[in-house]
Design a protein around this ligand. Structure first.
Ligand code: GDP
Ligand code: IMO
Ligand code: MG
Length: 425
C-alpha cells in the first residue's frame, strides 16, 4: 500500500468513509486535512454503523494512529460530543490513537451563529450550508484572526481573541441580523469546557507523520466533501470553504507533496448533491425518487434528502484532472439494480458546442445540456457478489464504460454499505 489520498470525486457523500476504512487495513495512520464537521462519513462493519464527522475513518482499527491536520476546522463542542459517542461504542479515542494539530483552527460559537444567520437571511439565494460555521471559520483563518487549538493552552490569548472577534461579530449580530450580542465570558467558558479533553490530544502533526514514515509506516489522507465543492474548483459560489482537491492533503497536514503516491477518487455509480447549486444530471422525477429511496440518500450530517441524478463523465474527467487520480473506487453499484436502462452523461452541449469538461465561465454549469448514453440495466441483487466475475454482464459493461469515459481505472467496486461488500479488480 502506498501513501494514499482519498478524495470525493463528485459533490460529497460518495462513500469515502467506507473506502477509507477499507484501505486502512494496510496502513498505520489516517489524517483528515480539511473541512470540519460538515462531513459525515459512514463506516459499517459487520452490520455495526459508525458515523464520523471529524475523527478519521481509520479509527475502527485498534492500532491506527488518527490525526487531524492544520487544514481542518474543528468545533470543540461537537468534537467532544463525537468522542463521547465513540467511547460509548467502545472505541478508544485517547491520545494514544487520536491527535490534533496545534495549528487546527477552532470553529467558535459565533461562527456557527453567523453561518446560520446568513443562510436564513439569504432566502432563495442561500448556499444550503450545513450550518456548522465552516465558512465563517475559514474566513477568520484567512483574515488572520482565527482561534487555533494551541490557544486553548493559554486562556489569556484565547480571551483576547474572543473579545477582538466579538467586537466585529456583535456589531453584525445586532445591526444586520437583529440578534442579541454574545457575551465574551460565556463564549470563553463554552469553548474551555472542551479543554480537558482537547489538551492531551494536541501535537505537531508534521512531526507525527515524519515519525510514521521513519518507522516504515504508510499514511492515508482522508478527504472530505467532494472536488466539485472545492472553494476554487467547485461550482462557486455553491461550494464549501476549503480546498477538497488532493493537493491540499500536503498543505492541510503539513507535509511535502512528494510523499503523496496514490490518489483514489471515490465516485457513486450515480450522483447526489446536498444544498443549492447546479447539477446538470439531476433527476426531478420518479427515477430520482427511486434512487433516493433505494440508496437511502439522506445526509449523514443533517439528515437532509440528497438530490439525485445520473452519472456524469464530465464531472469525473475534471476530478481526474484536478486530483491526478490513479484509480477510482465506484460505490453503490447495487443501488442501480432493477433499472431497465441506466443513463450516463458523456458530454455537455454548451453554447452550441459539445464539451468534455465543465466549462469555467461564471455560474455556467446551470446552462449546460447533458448528452446521455444509455446502458442496459440488470435485475439481479448484486449485494452478495464478492468478485468481479460474480457481477451480471451488464453491470460489468457499465463499470467498464465509466472507466473508458473517465479515463481512470476503477480498482474497487462497492456493492453494499458493509466493509465486506466490496470487489477488488
Ligand atoms: P461519505 O461522506 O463520502 O463518507 O459518504 P456518506 O457516509 O455520507 O454516505 C454514503 C452512504 O452510502 C452511507 O450511508 C454508506 O453506508 C452508504 N454506502 C457506501 N457504499 C455503499 C454501497 O456500495 N452500497 C450501498 N447501498 N450503500 C453504500
Ligand atoms: P462529506 O465529507 C455533502 C455541502 C453543503 C452545502 C455546501 C456548503 O460527508 O462528503 P458548508 O457547511 O461546508 O459551508 O456547506 O457544501 N457539503 C457537503 N455535501 N457531503 C459533505 O461532506 C458536505 N460538506 C459540505 O450541503 O451545499
Ligand atoms: Mg457524507
Amino acid at each position: 500500500m502506498a501513501n494514499t489520498v482519498v478524495v470525493g470525486a463528485q459533490w460529497g457523500d460518495e462513500g469515502k468513509g467506507k473506502v477509507v476504512d477499507l484501505l486502512s487495513s494496510d496502513i498505520q495512520c489516517v489524517v483528515r486535512y480539511h473541512g470540519g464537521n460538515n462531513a459525515g462519513h459512514t463506516v459499517i462493519v459487520d452490520g455495526k454503523k459508525v458515523i464520523l464527522h471529524l475523527v478519521p475513518s481509520g479509527i475502527l482499527y485498534p492500532n491506527m494512529l488518527c490525526l487531524i491536520g492544520n487544514g481542518v476546522v474543528l468545533d470543540p463542542v461537537s468534537f467532544d460530543e463525537e468522542l463521547t459517542l465513540l467511547e460509548k461504542q467502545g472505541i478508544d479515542v485517547s491520545a494514544k490513537r487520536l491527535r490534533v494539530s496545534l495549528k487546527t483552527q477552532l470553529i467558535m460559537p459565533y461562527h456557527r451563529i453567523l453561518d446560520q444567520a446568513r443562510e436564513a437571511k439569504a432566502g432563495h439565494g442561500k448556499i444550503g450550508t450545513t450550518g456548522r460555521g465552516i465558512g465563517p471559520c475559514y474566513e477568520d483563518k484567512a483574515g488572520r484572526c482565527g482561534v487555533r487549538a494551541a490557544d486553548l493552552k493559554d486562556p489569556d490569548i484565547l480571551m483576547r481573541k474572543i473579545r477582538a472577534a466579538l467586537a466585529e461579530k456583535n456589531a453584525l449580530f445586532t445591526t444586520l441580523y437583529g440578534m442579541e450580542p454574545l457575551d465574551a465570558r460565556k463564549v470563553f467558558d463554552e469553548v474551555m469546557r472542551s479543554a480537558p479533553r482537547m489538551l492531551p490530544l494536541l501535537t505537531d502533526v508534521s512531526e507525527e507523520l515524519e515519525n510514521v514514515w521513519k518507522q516504515g509506516g504508510k499514511v492515508l489522507f482522508e478527504g472530505a466533501q467532494g472536488i466539485h465543492l472545492d472553494v476554487d474548483h467547485g461550482t462557486y459560489p455553491f461550494v464549501t470553504s476549503s480546498n477538497a482537491v488532493s493537493g491540499n492533503a500536503a498543505t492541510g497536514s503539513g507535509i511535502a507533496p512528494a510523499h503523496l503516491e496514490r490518489f483514489v477518487g471515490i465516485a457513486k455509480a450515480y450522483i447526489t448533491r446536498v444544498g443549492s447549486g447546479p447539477f446538470p444530471t439531476e433527476l426531478l422525477d420518479d427515477t430520482g425518487e427511486a434512487l433516493r429511496r433505494k440508496g437511502g440518500e439522506y445526509g449523514a450530517t443533517t439528515g437532509r434528502p440528497r438530490r439525485c441524478g445520473w452519472q456524469d463523465a464530465c464531472i469525473l474527467r475534471e476530478s481526474a484532472r484536478l486530483n491526478g487520480l490513479t484509480d477510482i473506487a465506484l460505490t453503490k453499484l447495487d443501488v442501480l439494480s432493477g433499472f431497465d436502462e441506466i443513463l450516463c452523461c458523456v458530454a455537455y452541449e454548451y453554447e452550441g458546442r459539445r464539451v468534455q469538461y465543465p466549462p469555467q465561465d461564471s455560474e455556467c454549469l446551470g446552462r449546460v445540456k447533458p448528452i446521455y448514453q444509455a446502458f442496459p440495466g440488470w435485475k439481479e441483487d448484486i449485494g452478495g457478489c464478492r468478485s468481479w466475475e460474480d457481477l451480471p454482464a451488464n453491470a460489468r459493461a457499465y463499470v467498464e464504460a465509466l472507466e473508458q469515459l473517465s479515463g481512470v481505472h476503477i480498482s474497487i467496486v462497492s456493492v453494499g454499505p458493509d466493509r465486506g461488500q466490496t470487489l477488488f479488480r
